[in-house]
Design a protein around this ligand. Structure first.
Ligand code: PLP
Length: 351
C-alpha cells in the first residue's frame, strides 16, 4: 500500500497516472486555439468535437446540446443566471450543492433518508409561478440518488423546465436520467480540474459574453487539452459495485459508533457518510496524520465550523465524516487503520 490513501473522491477524483501522462501529451499535441483555421487549430477542434460526441452518446442527446464549461459551478451558474432574469421562482431541494443552493428562491424538503419530496414538488408546481426546478442527481455528501425521472415527469406535466446537477453520478453508477438541463463536472469522474459541460434542451442567454465559442453560448478560448483528456477518461468510466461499501459499512457499524446516513436509500456505491460519537473534524485530522484523506461532508463547507446543512435538512445534526473512493482506491487495506483510529478517539474524546 502506498503511504497515502485518498478517500475524498467526491471532492475531486484522484487523477490516475495514465491520465496524467495523457494530459501532459495533450498539452503539447493540442496547443493551438481550436477556433483557428490552420491545421493545428483544426486538430484541436477535432479533439474537442470528439469529446462532445462521446458525451452526447453517453447522455443520449444531440452533439449540439453539449456545451463545454470550466466545471459544474459554471454550468449551474449559466442555467441559474438565465432563469434569475425571468419571472417566477427558482425552486430546488434543501440539499443542493451551494453552486445551485445560492441561486434558489424556494426550497423543497427531503425526507429522513435524504430523498426530495415529490409530494412537495407537485404541490408547489400546482400553485404556479415556478420558472425552473433544480434537483441534483445524487447528493455529494450522502451519496443519496434522487428520483430524477419522476421529477422530470412532474415538471413536464406542469410545463416547467427541469435542471439536474449530475456532477456526482458518473463513473460511479450507470445513470440515464433525463432533464432539460444537465450539469457535468470532469474532475468528479477522473479528469483534471477545470472542465465541465452543460447539456441543454433550449438555448440560454450566455453567462460569459463576447466570443462566439460554444455556439455563442460561452465566450472564451475552448480548452482543447483538458477536453481531450476528459474524452480519454470518459472512454474508461464504468459503474462500481456496492460490495466494498457494504463490507466497509458493516465493519464500521460493528466496531465503532457509526451511524450511516441515508443507509436505506438508493445511494452511490462509492460514498459513506457517517456520524460518530466523536466530532468528524477530529477523525479527519487523526486519519490525515495516518495518511488517509477523508472529509467532513462537502469540501466547500469543510472550512466552516457549522454542522452539515444536508444533515440538518434530513432532521439530524452533528459533524459527520465522508468516505468516498474510486475504482482503484485501496479501501480494504485502509479499513483496519480507520477502525483503530476511530476506536482510539472514541475511548479518549467522546462528547
Ligand atoms: N455540484 C455538485 C453536486 C458537486 O458535488 C460539486 C462539487 O463538489 C459542484 C457542483 C461543483 O463542481 P465544480 O468543482 O466542477 O465546479
Amino acid at each position: 500500500m502506498s503511504d497515502f490513501v485518498y478517500l475524498d473522491w467526491n471532492a475531486t477524483a484522484q487523477i490516475e497516472p495514465d491520465v496524467t501522462r495523457y494530459f501532459a501529451d495533450a498539452l503539447q499535441r493540442l496547443d493551438a486555439n481550436p477556433h483557428s483555421q490552420h491545421r493545428r487549430g483544426r486538430e484541436a477542434s477535432v479533439a474537442v468535437e470528439k469529446c462532445r460526441e462521446q458525451l452526447a452518446e453517453i447522455l443520449a442527446v444531440r452533439t449540439k446540446q453539449v456545451r463545454f464549461t470550466s466545471g459544474a459551478t459554471e454550468s449551474n451558474a449559466w442555467v441559474m443566471s438565465h432563469f434569475k432574469d425571468r419571472e417566477g421562482a427558482i425552486v430546488g431541494s434543501t440539499i443542493e450543492h451551494p453552486a445551485v443552493g445560492a441561486w434558489l428562491d424556494e426550497t423543497l424538503p427531503v425526507d429522513e433518508h435524504g430523498v426530495v419530496s415529490l409530494e412537495a414538488l407537485e404541490i408547489r408546481l400546482q400553485q404556479g409561478g415556478v420558472s425552473l426546478v433544480s434537483v441534483m442527481a445524487a447528493n455529494n455528501e450522502t451519496g443519496v440518488i434522487q428520483p430524477v425521472d419522476s421529477i422530470y415527469a412532474l415538471c413536464q406535466q406542469y410545463e416547467v423546465p427541469y435542471h439536474c446537477d449530475a456532477a456526482q453520478v458518473f463513473n460511479r453508477v450507470d445513470w440515464a436520467g433525463r432533464a432539460d438541463f444537465i450539469t457535468l463536472s470532469g474532475h468528479k469522474m477522473g479528469a483534471p480540474i477545470g472542465v465541465g459541460a452543460l447539456v441543454l434542451n433550449t438555448e440560454l442567454q450566455p453567462l460569459l459574453k463576447g466570443g462566439s465559442q460554444e455556439r455563442g453560448g460561452r465566450a472564451g478560448t475552448v480548452n482543447a487539452p483538458i477536453i481531450d483528456t476528459w474524452n480519454y477518461v470518459l472512454s474508461q468510466i464504468k459503474p462500481m459495485s456496492g460490495e466494498r461499501q457494504q463490507r466497509f459499512e458493516k465493519q464500521l457499524m460493528e466496531k465503532t459508533s457509526a451511524q450511516i446516513i441515508g443507509q436505506s436509500a438508493n445511494r452511490l456505491p462509492n460514498t459513506t457518510l457517517a456520524l460518530f460519537d466523536v466530532p468528524g473534524d477530529l477523525i479527519v485530522m487523526a486519519l490525515d496524520m495516518k495518511g488517509i484523506a477523508v472529509s467532513t461532508g462537502s469540501a466547500c463547507s469543510s472550512a466552516s465550523s457549522k454542522d452539515s446543512f444536508v444533515l440538518e435538512a434530513m432532521g439530524m445534526n452533528g459533524k459527520p465524516v465522508r468516505f468516498s473512493w474510486g475504482h482503484r482506491t485501496q479501501l480494504e487495506q485502509s479499513i483496519p487503520i480507520i477502525l483503530e483510529t476511530i476506536q482510539e478517539l472514541e475511548k479518549t474524546c467522546a462528547w
